[in-house]
Ligand binder design. Structure first.
Ligand code: CA
Length: 638
């Protein structure tokens, strides 16, 4: 690849070719459609219209040259109602000519090769304009996140979802689904669990599943973007007709909103499926992807390429894209994959432009530090720069590693590691080394990456009984669910989810089969799983009902929260005079002397204990016994 940094960073190039209009792509009206594409270095650009969305089908309707205007934008207005017509661009640059999809495509035909002109209003579900999930303002720390893969949700027969909708967007619209024994599943289950936000793994158009072969077994998480502004086709009931995926994704979101569940979209702007074939890079050679000094692709993503977010038209593209999903699909939040490959200016522009229109949208991402060739003068949006992105939260690997142990490095606090009481205090109070305030930390113990919590625990403590592993699981959940910040649940963690293939534990299941990844709803009929689920449900309700757990600022925490080590692996937190939270991670029962803490029988009630969460029980004795590996929460309720 040639060296582009010099060309694209050149002041004259930036000045001459930066276009800030909001009309790139195909803007449809009943009378005509106007096509605009940014291709500043192109010698010629032609627009091709097709009847079908399948690449290679010979059904060209017409092909017309486009006209180059200011800032490198090529334009063509085509008369007539083009809704449903497919199109591509033929772009000729110095070193090559290519037929490409539109980076601003609103939808595409199968596998995202041809864009489609779309009357977006025609894809709206009934009452879409009145689709406002929750009226009240929402703080980041009010959220309870639940991370789920669309296919995993319903692909198992025990989901009770109709066969045609299994693994699809529409599975989320089915009400009254049940396990064979009659336990509610899917949408009804999520509603009763009480989460505020459903975080869905990538659902923009990605490249690793062949949409033409959906009858064959295929699975992927989808961290390989092809079309950033188009829903993934394999989750629709018909990937060949562009309007279907748009309609069905909106129906999914509407159904969730109708249940009071907000939707978070997992977005992967940090790299593309293939830098060489990505349409933006074909249109403006190499512009989208960051280069090292020797001209090779920067590869901090370990996926072959990094996005050059500091280039003005890449930044604009990402800002436009996120705003489009928030405006058109009513998304309530965005989870940024490897956001440390983007610069802080881009992140702030995204957050601020979206918040102007949608103040309740939440933003968070993976702020790991990665080796990327970001231009001088820019800061990567990583944990250590969290203060530069005040309305963007980051996953806390501190609390994750503290609770269950760092990957491949043995125990965590809940599984027997000693001498970590101070770190428990730091994580609980959102005072980790990088974290400026509770609203900027996402607290979790497991996610789609790495082992599930149950797998991690059983690998770490192979000799432990099932009952003991469940205690560890529940203790971990109670800690991150009451810690200051934003709690995040990996789907199925509350069902002791494991990932196994032929008896072996799978650590990275990104392209494993359904049998490894699917949610096994039938487990709800088994008391040993249902009890854990009930515990999570209780913790969620307890968190939502107790506003003192929602402090957003470091100041509130400092002024209202005290910490004390009671014994080895036993810690106490007191929040105002309202809550006393004790985590006993030791293998021994702990006798808690209430009198010593001024707790008078009758004034305080037990809200969470080793067995159940969200209860209200009288305290019987002057000394409370806290069983090994468990939580005790007392609430002042005179
Ligand atoms: Ca796709």
């Amino acid at each position: 690849m040639i060296i582009h940094n010099d060309v694209y960073s050149d002041e004259h190039f930036v000045k001459k070719y930066t276009y800030m209009g909001n009309d790139l792509g195909a803007v449809w009206s009943k009378e005509s459609t106007t096509f605009k594409i940014w291709a500043p270095l192109a010698k010629t650009v032609e627009l091709a219209l097709y009847r079908n969305g399948t690449f290679g089908v010979e059904d060209l309707l017409r092909k017309d040259g486009m006209k180059k205007g200011d800032q490198g934008v090529w334009t063509l207005k085509v008369e007539g109602d083009l809704n449903g017509i497919y199109y591509t661009y033929f772009v000729e640059n110095d070193d090559e000519a290519a037929e490409v999809c539109d980076p601003y495509a609103r939808t595409t035909g199968v596998n995202g090769k041809r864009a489609m002109v779309l009357n977006l209003a025609s894809t709206n579900p009934t009452d879409w304009e009145r689709d406002i999930p929750l009226e009240e303002p929402l703080k980041y720390t009010d959220a309870v996140l639940y991370e789920l893969h669309i296919r995993d949700f319903s692909i198992d027969e025990s989901s009770g979802v109709s066969e045609k909708n299994r693994g699809k967007y529409l599975a989320f619209t089915e009400e009254g689904t049940k396990t064979p024994n009659g336990t509610p599943t899917c949408l009804d289950y999520l509603t009763s669990l009480g989460i505020t936000h459903l975080h869905l793994l990538p659902m923009y158009d990605y490249g690793s599943v062949d949409e033409e072969k959906l009858e064959e077994p295929q699975f992927n998480w989808g961290y390989d973007p092809v079309n950033y502004n188009v829903p993934e086709g394999s989750y629709s009931t018909d990937p060949f007709h562009g309007e279907v995926r748009v309609k069905e994704m909106k129906q999914m979101i509407k159904a969730l909103h109708d249940r009071g569940i907000r939707v978070v979209m997992d977005v992967v702007y940090n790299h593309v499926y293939d830098a060489d074939t990505f349409c933006f890079n074909k249109i403006v050679p190499g512009y989208f992807s960051r280069q090292n000094e020797d001209g090779s692709c920067s590869n901090g993503s370990y996926c072959g390429n990094d996005t050059a977010s500091e280039r003005p038209m890449v930044r604009k593209y990402i800002v436009d894209s996120v705003n489009y999903w928030a405006d058109e699909y009513h998304m309530d939040g965005f989870r940024f994959d490897l956001v440390g490959l983007l610069d802080t200016e881009t992140v702030n522009e995204i957050v601020n432009t979206v918040h102007k229109k949608h103040p309740n949208v939440i933003f968070y991402g993976e702020g790991w530090s990665l080796p990327t060739a970001m231009q001088d003068g820019y800061f990567p949006a990583t944990q250590v720069h969290a203060a530069k992105t005040p309305d963007f939260a980051y996953f806390s690997d501190d609390i994750r590693d503290l609770l269950a142990g760092r990957n491949g490095e043995g125990e965590g606090f809940v599984s027997g590691k000693t001498d970590c009481e101070e770190l428990v205090a730091k994580c609980f109070m959102a005072k980790t080394s990088w974290c400026p305030k509770p609203a900027q930390t996402v607290n979790y113990v497991s996610c789609h990456d790495n082992y599930t919590l149950m797998d991690k625990l059983r690998i770490t403590r192979p000799e432990a009984s099932f009952e003991k592993l469940v205690r560890m699981n529940k203790l971990a959940a109670a800690i991150y669910m009451t810690s200051f910040g934003i709690p995040f649940i990996h789907a199925g963690e509350e069902l002791l989810r494991i990932k196994e293939e032929n008896g072996r534990i799978v650590e990275n299941s990104y392209n494993s089969s359904d049998s490894v990844n699917k949610i096994r709803w039938g487990q709800l009929d088994d008391k040993k799983y249902a009890e854990v689920m009930e515990y999570y449900k209780g913790l969620i309700k307890f968190r939502k009902d107790n506003r003192v757990l929602h402090f957003s600022t470091a100041k509130e925490v400092i002024e209202n929260v005290t910490y004390q080590k009671l014994s080895d692996n036993v810690v106490l937190f007191k929040i105002k005079d309202e809550l006393i939270i004790i985590f006993n991670a030791s293998e021994n029962r702990y006798q808690f002397d209430m009198g010593k803490y001024g707790i008078i029988n009758g004034d305080w009630k037990i809200c969470v204990n080793s067995m159940r969460a969200d209860i209200e029980e009288e305290i019987g004795e002057s000394c409370i016994e806290i069983p090994e590996i468990s939580t005790m929460i007392l609430k002042f309720s005179k």
